[in-house]
Structure formats: structure tokens, C-alpha cells
Design a protein around this ligand. Structure first.
Ligand code: NAD
Ligand code: SIN
Length: 494
């Protein structure tokens, strides 16, 4: 394993400086080995308040800076990430446990986000002037103000970056709280912002758990850009129920279906089902949780091959040689909770085809689990963020669509089928923010919107459409000189 001396955290990043925090100890643990490798502190309420004042103070100069200057800072940031890509990939892998090959794809996404967000800013929030007989009708966009970004652990660099870059380009200033599971990656990313020369106060990073998150949300902020679970998203929505003036962009979980239909290439179906279900140890919001398979000999063949493939994948710590396909879940505690969830499903009527098991004590390393849910009455509509796959068998395509729609979530839905008519039918009857045909449910395109309906989101998709929730449109009717109209309204004599 790569050297695991314990790094000392720099503290909170407030007003362009690292402030050694006064709060409680926060530790980061590599879940593949179960060892602490980073130790820092959580932000105190006072530190949160100081960060808020810094962000508020920085707002006017930042939001009135010309767009190109703001974009230049983000480009400088991208260059620094490029220069330190190996260091960042190693840290992502060390902190989340995901294999190095996958951590590198996350770094690519961070870098790619800059130019895509600049393009999206122009396309979705470009100023426009239309000349009318009376005046110029001008459309321009303004930033919301000081916004809070709350990050999830599964893509500690990429997902927060997906809110931060568009928010900065639009002219907002930021209070950022990464996941408590991934403080070290956040600190590394903040140091890159620091080195990019970003003016003090434009971005501030406060470490900690729910307590820190709540303290941030109690400031006089104008927006919350959140990625995380439905339960937390709902709490945040309730907390702001008496503040409709605060914009909330809530990117939440999914209970995503994937239908296997008529396909000639069964190997491709099996391989792409594996990518849909087990990549990142099932810790992607886009992972297919429910695989809907025909109750036929072809369906049996698919299921047998899928079970065989799942049993043969390499699972291990991020730096194992040769490289594993799948690492651990984020912590040993989470692994135990997932095993408990599996047991609850089995106790309530699911038939285990393969059991998800803890592979090494004190780690988050789990083997995949597969449960047949076909005869389960009223299966739970819950996201288990783990390498746990539920199987449903169907007798005709209409039934497959009905099963796919049995969820209140609506993030991703997928179909593997060589029948185009079936895809059209599936598309028409499916309610989800992402609908894929013969592609894994995972691996979203940054050039498209990314967000769900139902319990998966609040209709403010991220990725290419993040520009929309980072700025509001201002309509101005403008004429350079105030003058009388050619004709006054009746009843007025000037
Ligand atoms: P989580 O909801 O536990 O935490 C997300 C963030 O919110 C963390 O920073 C956490 O500290 C903070 N938080 C928790 N409670 C809070 C509160 N009351 N007030 C303020 N902040 C609070 O989510 P997680 O476990 O980090 O991530 C996994 C979840 O994220 C899964 O449900 C997954 O589907 C979802 N996710 C969604 C997307 C998407 O784009 N739709 C992407 C990735 C992950
Ligand atoms: C996620 O954000 O959890 C997954 C995104 C993806 O699969 O590309």
C-alpha cells in the first residue's frame, strides 16, 4: 500500500487563508485498509460566520468583474489540476477507496468541467438585446449571491466542482462543505484554488458533518446547491420552506431500473449490466438497482452469466496490483449498514442468489449481492447505495415497463434492446431525468443536463444546465434619453 503516514489537515479555508480550526477532530479513513490517513478539525459556528462574512464581502467585486476575468481563474485552476493530476487521483483513491483507474476518470471530469461550463454559460445565460420601437429590450443574468455547496462522498472532487465552477462563472461567492468522509480531497482542491490566485472570500471551505452543514444553512445565503441523499435533500427543502427566496438545487438519489429485452449480443448485455450496477461499488446515484429480466430461457441464460461475471470480478484496495474493478464502500460502518439492509430485504421475502459479504474485517470491502425480488409483495422503494442488485422477472414487455416505473424516484432508467419500437415505447412511458438505450445507466455526459424527477431532484438539473440555477434573468427596458411619447394616453394634458 502507498505510504500511510497521517497527514495534518490545514484547517478551514476562509477569506483566502488557511485557518487552523478550533473545532472537534475530523478524521479521514482509507476504507480499503481501514486506516486513518488524515486528521483535521471541523469548523466551529464562529468560523462558519467568518466565512459567510468573507463571502458576502467578496460578492460585489467578484460579481461585477468581467466574465473573461472570472473564466481565467477557472482556467488557471484547471491547469493546476492538470499539473497535479496524479497527486489528486492518488488522494481520491486513498480517501474513497475507488481504484486508481477510476480516480483518474474523476480527475478528467474535473478538468473537462471548466470549458464545458464556460460554453454552457454562454449558451444558457447569454445577454441579448432586442430593439423595439420604444426601447431596447435587454436580457441579462445576475448571480444569486452567496451560495452554499454541499458535496457527496462518491465523487469528492467532480460533483462539488460541478456546482462550484458554474457558480463562480456566474459571479456567485461560495461557502463549500465537502462530505465529512472526504475532507482531504476537498482540502487539496481548495489549495489549487488558492494557488490560482482567486480573490479572498470568493470561495471558502468549511469542513465537518451535519452540524457544520446546518450552521452554513442558517446564514443569510441566497442558494443551496446540494448533492446527496433524498433524506437529506428533503430535510433541506423543509428547512427552507419559509424562505422561498432561496434557490435550492437538490441532486438526490435513485432507485434506477434497467430492463433487459431482446438482444443478440448477450455478452454486451451482461458486461453493461455490470457497469451499470457495480461500478464504484454501487455507489453512484446512476447505478441500476433493479434489473428486470425476461422470464424465459434467454433471461435464465443472461442471469446465469451475470451471476458468474459478478463472482469473478476483482475486488480490492485502490492500489492492489493488478488493478481491481471495484473497491470498498466508503466506510466499514456503511458496509455493515448495507449488509443489514440486505438482510432486511431477505427477511421480508427476497431470495438471495448471491450474498453481499464483508471481505476483510474493519474495511468497507464488500462482495456483490444479488437478490431475486420477483415474488416479493410491495418491495421497498429505497436506494441501497451499495453493490446490491435486485432482480425482477417479467412475462411481457408491458409488464417490464410497469415494474420499471414502480418507484417514486426518477433519476435514470435504462433499456438494453435491439428493438427500436420497444425503446420508443419505453421512452414514452418512463419518467426519469436520464433515459438510456443500450448504454449503461452510469457514466453521464457532462454535455447534457444531469438531474432527476420525483424523489431524485427538484427540477433543477446540474451538469450542462447548472448555469440555469447559478444566475437569474433580469429584464430591462432601456432607452438612453428620457423623452415624451409621440402620442399620450387619453385624459392626460401636459
Ligand atoms: P448525504 O445526504 O448523507 O450527505 C450529503 C452532504 O450533505 C454531506 O456533505 C453531508 O454532510 C451534508 N448534510 C447531511 N445532512 C445535512 C443537513 N441536515 N444539513 C446540511 N447538510 C447536511 O449523502 P452522501 O451519503 O454523502 O451521498 C450519497 C447520496 O448522494 C446517495 O443517495 C446518492 O444517490 C446521492 N448522489 C446524488 C447525485 C446526483 O447528482 N443526483 C450524485 C451523487 C450522489
Ligand atoms: C454520480 O454522480 O453518482 C454518477 C454520475 C455518473 O454515473 O456519471
Amino acid at each position: 500500500m502507498i505510504k500511510t503516514s497521517i497527514f495534518n489537515g490545514k484547517g478551514q479555508y476562509i477569506n483566502g487563508q488557511w485557518v487552523k480550526g478550533q473545532g472537534t477532530i475530523l478524521e479521514s479513513i482509507n476504507p480499503g485498509y481501514g486506516t486513518v490517513f488524515w486528521q483535521g478539525t471541523s469548523a466551529t459556528e464562529q468560523e462558519v460566520a467568518e466565512a459567510y462574512h468573507a463571502a458576502q464581502h467578496a460578492l460585489f467585486p467578484w460579481s461585477t468583474l468581467d466574465f473573461q476575468s472570472r473564466a481565467n481563474y477557472t482556467q488557471k485552476f484547471a491547469q493546476l489540476i492538470e499539473k497535479k493530476r496524479h497527486e489528486l487521483a492518488n488522494l481520491i483513491a486513498l480517501e474513497t477507496g475507488k481504484p486508481l483507474w477510476e480516480a483518474h476518470t474523476e480527475v478528467n471530469a474535473v478538468i473537462g468541467k471548466i470549458n464545458l461550463s464556460i460554453q454552457a454559460y454562454h449558451e444558457r445565460t447569454e445577454a441579448k438585446v432586442t430593439q423595439t420601437a420604444e426601447a431596447n429590450a435587454c436580457l441579462r443574468f445576475k448571480p444569486h449571491g452567496v451560495v452554499v455547496v454541499l458535496g457527496a462522498f462518491n465523487f469528492p472532487a467532480h460533483l462539488s466542482n460541478g456546482h462550484i465552477i458554474p457558480a463562480l462563472l456566474a459571479g456567485n461567492t461560495i461557502l463549500y462543505k465537502p462530505s465529512e468522509h472526504t475532507p482531504a480531497v476537498a482540502e487539496f482542491v481548495m489549495q489549487c484554488w488558492h494557488e490560482s490566485g482567486l480573490p479572498p472570500g470568493v470561495i471558502n471551505c468549511l469542513q465537518g458533518d451535519v452540524t457544520c452543514g446546518k450552521a452554513l444553512l442558517s446564514q443569510e445565503i441566497q442558494g443551496v446547491y446540494f448533492t446527496g441523499s433524498y433524506a437529506t435533500g428533503l430535510r433541506i427543502h423543509q428547512q427552507f420552506s419559509n424562505k422561498p427566496e432561496v434557490i435550492l438545487a437538490l441532486e438526490m438519489g435513485g432507485n434506477n431500473p434497467l430492463i433487459i429485452d431482446e438482444v443478440i449480443d448477450l455478452d454486451a448485455a451482461v458486461y453493461n449490466t455490470l457497469l451499470s450496477t457495480l461500478i464504484t461499488a454501487g455507489q453512484r446515484c446512476t447505478c441500476a438497482r433493479r434489473i428486470i429480466i425476461p422470464d424465459s430461457s434467454q433471461g435464465d441464460e443472461f442471469l446465469n452469466r451475470f451471476i458468474n461475471l459478478c463472482s469473478s470480478i476483482k475486488i480490492g484496495p485502490f492500489d492492489q496490483v493488478p488493478e481491481p474493478f471495484m473497491g470498498p464502500v466508503i466506510s466499514h460502518e456503511q458496509a455493515l449498514k448495507h449488509i443489514h439492509s440486505q438482510q432486511k430485504i431477505i427477511d421480508a421475502g427476497g431470495s438471495p442468489l448471491m450474498s453481499m459479504k464483508l471481505l476483510i474485517d474493519d474495511t468497507g470491502l464488500l462482495s456483490p449481492g444479488i437478490i431475486d425480488m420477483t415474488h416479493f409483495v410491495n418491495p421497498p422503494d429505497e436506494e441501497v447505495f451499495a453493490p446490491l442488485v435486485q432482480i425482477y422477472r417479467y412475462s411481457d414487455f408491458e409488464q417490464a415497463i410497469t415494474l420499471a416505473n414502480q418507484t417514486r424516484y426518477g433519476l435514470v432508467a435504462g433499456l438494453f434492446s435491439d428493438n427500436e419500437q420497444h425503446y420508443r415505447q419505453f421512452y414514452q412511458h418512463t419518467r426519469a431525468g436520464l433515459i438510456n438505450w443500450n448504454r449503461p445507466t452510469t457514466g453521464a455526459a457532462s454535455s447534457l443536463p444531469f438531474g432527476g424527477v420525483g424523489l431524485s431532484g427538484n427540477h433543477r438539473p446540474s451538469a450542462y444546465f447548472a448555469a440555469d440555477y447559478c444566475a437569474y434573468p433580469v429584464a430591462s427596458m432601456e432607452q438612453p434619453l428620457l423623452r415624451m411619447p409621440e402620442k399620450m394616453l387619453p385624459g392626460i394634458h401636459v
